[in-house]
Design a protein around this ligand. Structure first.
Ligand SMILES: NC(=O)c1ccc[n+]([C@@H]2O[C@H](COP(=O)([O-])OP(=O)(O)OC[C@H]3O[C@@H](n4cnc5c(N)ncnc54)[C@H](O)[C@@H]3O)[C@@H](O)[C@H]2O)c1
Length: 322
């Protein structure tokens, strides 16, 4: 039996494929390579196809004995989702519906969903626990919320067991140096700092220096991508052991301001960032921080790689060689 990994040629998907292969799972990657890269698929079978086509999705379930689905494939640029919400609802919502329909037809019962802290919207309390109200403030977050909202209905009516994993900021790269973050355009802080230090991102700027935080810059929760990947394997194993559906945050429960991340990057690389400040971006909140208590107690998950300097060291190693 195989695990179908949509978006397995992308950043988080490829790291998860690697963890699955290490544990001897057979893996089928389903990816249209729109933002992913063939070179990032560390093994298994790659099916180049598009989730927006129900026929292409059905076809993969006919060809392979799929036991469970991990659904990473999505678009995720918040700014673009404001400008073109239709694109986001089609890519993130219609694609998920196609996948769920094909799963029902093929009687596949286990589903691990890549959700996001964006489902919470403006935090009402920190750290954010899973019971926090869901009030997404952009179409990207809304598209994730809508999929999450459907899943309990599929569980009740069709016995689909799922784990929705709400990621905070994925960061870092495979400690063995084989995989890393490869987005174009890159919108995430750590790769943008590192690309700037490599002379490949001259326009790098810090968005906002007037947040109500100690140094005025926004605080975020960074989780190492391999810690994230391992949580998916744990979630899959819980479902296979007969445990019920769950919603779980994945963060490190530690917050760093943008300036703290920049200082850590300077320390790791021995280079200096030339600091420029720009205005806050719409919708950016001062602090986003996960409670990871549920991931620890329910999945038995532990932070192993999510120390900030280690995150930057692994990302730096990747960017130096790619
Ligand atoms: N990177 C983060 O910090 C972060 C945070 C929260 C949530 N997430 C979620 O995690 C998931 C993975 O993020 P990532 O950073 O690895 O993104 P990514 O862009 O690197 O990977 C997404 C993959 O999905 C594929 N894809 C997109 N649309 C497709 C379609 N219609 N059919 C088939 N394949 C398609 C892309 O080619 C790519 O390989 C996404 O669902 C994202 O919303 C990411």
């Amino acid at each position: 039996m195989a695990i179908l990994v949509t978006g397995g040629a992308g950043y988080i998907g490829s790291h998860t494929v690697k963890e699955l292969l290490k544990r001897k799972y057979e893996v089928i990657v389903f990816d249209n390579l729109s933002t992913g890269h063939r070179e990032l698929v560390p093994g298994g079978h790659l099916v180049e196809a598009d989730l927006r086509s129900l026929e292409e999705v059905r076809d993969v379930f006919r060809r392979y004995p799929v036991e469970a689905v991990m659904h990473f494939a999505a678009l995720m640029q918040v700014g673009e989702s404001y400008a073109d919400p239709q694109k986001y609802y089609v890519h993130n919502l219609v694609s998920s519906l196609n996948l769920l329909q094909a799963m029902l037809e093929a009687e596949v019962k286990y589903f691990i969903f890549s959700s996001s802290a964006a489902v919470y919207g403006q935090p009402l309390e920190i750290p954010i626990r899973e019971g926090h109200p869901l009030q997404p403030i952009n179409p990207y977050g809304a598209s994730k919320f809508m999929v999450e909202r459907m899943l309990p209905d599929y569980d009740r009516a069709y016995g689909l067991r799922y784990v929705s994993l709400r990621y905070f900021n994925a960061a870092g790269a495979d400690p063995e140096g084989q995989l890393g973050e490869w987005h174009d355009p890159e919108t995430h802080l750590i790769p943008n700092i590192l690309l700037h230090l490599l002379g490949r991102n001259p326009g790098f700027q810090v968005f906002g220096q007037d947040f109500p935080t100690a140094d005025g810059t926004a605080i975020r929760d960074y989780i190492h991508v391999t810690d994230l990947a391992r949580a998916h394997v744990l979630a899959l194993e819980k479902l296979k052991a007969g445990e019920p559906s769950q919603v779980v945050n994945l963060g490190s429960s530690r917050g760093y301001s943008v300036l703290e991340v920049i200082r850590a990057a300077e320390k790791v690389t021995g280079k200096r960032v030339s600091l420029k400040f720009g205005p806050r971006r719409p919708g950016d909140v001062p602090v986003l921080l996960a409670s990871s208590e549920k991931a620890e107690t329910l999945l038995g998950w532990k932070r192993e790689f999510s120390d900030l300097e280690f995150i930057i060291e692994t990302a730096w190693k990747w960017h130096l060689t790619h």
